[in-house]
Design a protein around this ligand. Sequence first.
Ligand SMILES: C[S@@+](CC[C@H](N)C(=O)[O-])C[C@H]1O[C@@H](n2cnc3c(N)ncnc32)[C@H](O)[C@@H]1O
Length: 250
Amino acid sequence: MSDQSPKTTHFGFTDIPESEKAGRVRGVFGSVASKYDVMNDAMSFGIHRIWKDAMMDWLAPRPGSKLLDVAGGTGDVSFRFLKRAGSGHATVLDLTEPMLIAGRQRAEADAMADQLDWVVGDAMALPFKDNSFDVYTISFGIRNVTRPQEALNEAYRVLRPGGRLMVLEFSQIPNDMMQKVYDLYSFNIIPKMGKLIANDADSYQYLVESIRKFPDQDTFLSMVRAAGFENAKYRNLSMGIACLHSGWKI
Ligand SMILES: C[S@@+](CC[C@H](N)C(=O)[O-])C[C@H]1O[C@@H](n2cnc3c(N)ncnc32)[C@H](O)[C@@H]1O
């Protein structure tokens, strides 16, 4: 007899049916969209900018290249990519339309309007043909995706041969003492900041819980390889608070 019970997944520390996760995630980011950029600076003391710059340093965008920035939100990674490349095109895809709307209102979006597309869509079912992009990025997005392996498989499909994957995500700190200090900060302070700045403690409670549920560096590396990427590697940032994973479609 087959098991008829619905598949479950985690939403932060809560188990929910898989079918509900995308809607709940859309609720979180729809609620915080207009304050997302301010909150990012506040809760990371601006360090997310250094991590995104490190992502660009490793990626070394080439002039004329075509980027797909999945879970691209308010466009931070795409803007950086286009500035570094000097020329090229970026498609910012996100599940949550209010995040894209907030991105389009930024001054950079205006200045680079001809080089940008903004698309509502799901990382697990990209509305693009095979072999369409030179570079695929996903920054602080993949831990929110219901089935991250499917997102990586899709990344592989839409990249052209020779194309590059780069994932920036929170990760696990390989030091118990530091992890305790970090947990104290993230579980006690970040939801309070969320309440103060975005009037939404629950969304930021979810965000910190989702970080703890995300696979560690080596487990995620094996998922990147399972999607077909070669020469896959990672680099820890700020002692593993965040991590960059890179892979190539050969
Ligand atoms: C923390 S924000 C990151 C935004 C931006 N990439 C950055 O680094 O600042 C996470 C984004 O992932 C998007 N997201 C979550 N699940 C997604 C999915 N399945 N497909 C596409 N986007 C998704 C959310 O809507 C949200 O905008």
